[in-house]
Structures are given as C-alpha cells and as structure tokens.
Design a protein around this ligand. Structure first.
Ligand SMILES: [Zn+2]
Length: 99
C-alpha cells in the first residue's frame, strides 16, 4: 500500500507538476482530475475536490514495500550509525531491482 509523502502524492488539478518517488526515485504515474478527498482530514470532514494523484509505478512490488518500510523507519530513527545501515539496505534493494 502506498504511503502519502513517500510514494503517493496529491496536488491541485491542472498543476502540471511531476513527482518523483521518495523511496526509489522513479517518476510517479499521474492520474488527473480525480474527485474525492485528498487526505485523512479531508476524508473525515467529507471535503471533496478535483485533484491529481501521483503514485510510484513500483508501489505494489514486494521489494518496494520493504524499501518503503525502511524509509519510513529511517525518518524516525535518531541514530546516525543505524541510519547509514538503513540507507545501505535501501540502496541494495534499489540496485537489485531497478538496474
Ligand atoms: Zn518508488
């Protein structure tokens, strides 16, 4: 499952922007003029709007799910030495699956 801010993004309709996946760096796929909530809060208050959605083309692949888990944990990790190991784990996953 995609995670907002990592491999899933929303933007105003017709904004003309491109997005890259924060996990693997791939260009995200664009779905234009979607109608619905743009996040958790807008969903809770039933605020619907037209917007664009961007999702990484690798989101549903097992290796990408592992890399996403590491990337999310990395952002919460306070240890620089452990962070280096986690970055290497992500690099290895990308090297094995994107090259
Ligand atoms: Zn990705």
């Amino acid at each position: 499952m995609a995670q907002a801010g990592y491999d899933f993004f929303t933007a105003e309709a017709y904004c003309g922007k491109d997005r890259k996946c924060r996990v693997c760096g791939s260009d995200c796929l664009l779905a234009q003029d979607m109608f619905g909530p743009t996040g958790f809060i807008s969903s809770m208050v039933n605020r619907l709007s037209y917007h664009n959605e961007f999702m990484c083309p690798h989101t549903n692949k097992v290796w990408h799910k592992k890399a996403l888990q590491i990337a999310v944990a990395l952002d919460k990790n306070p240890s620089p030495r452990i962070a280096e190991l986690m970055k290497k784990d992500i690099e290895n996953l990308l090297h094995d699956n994107l090259c």
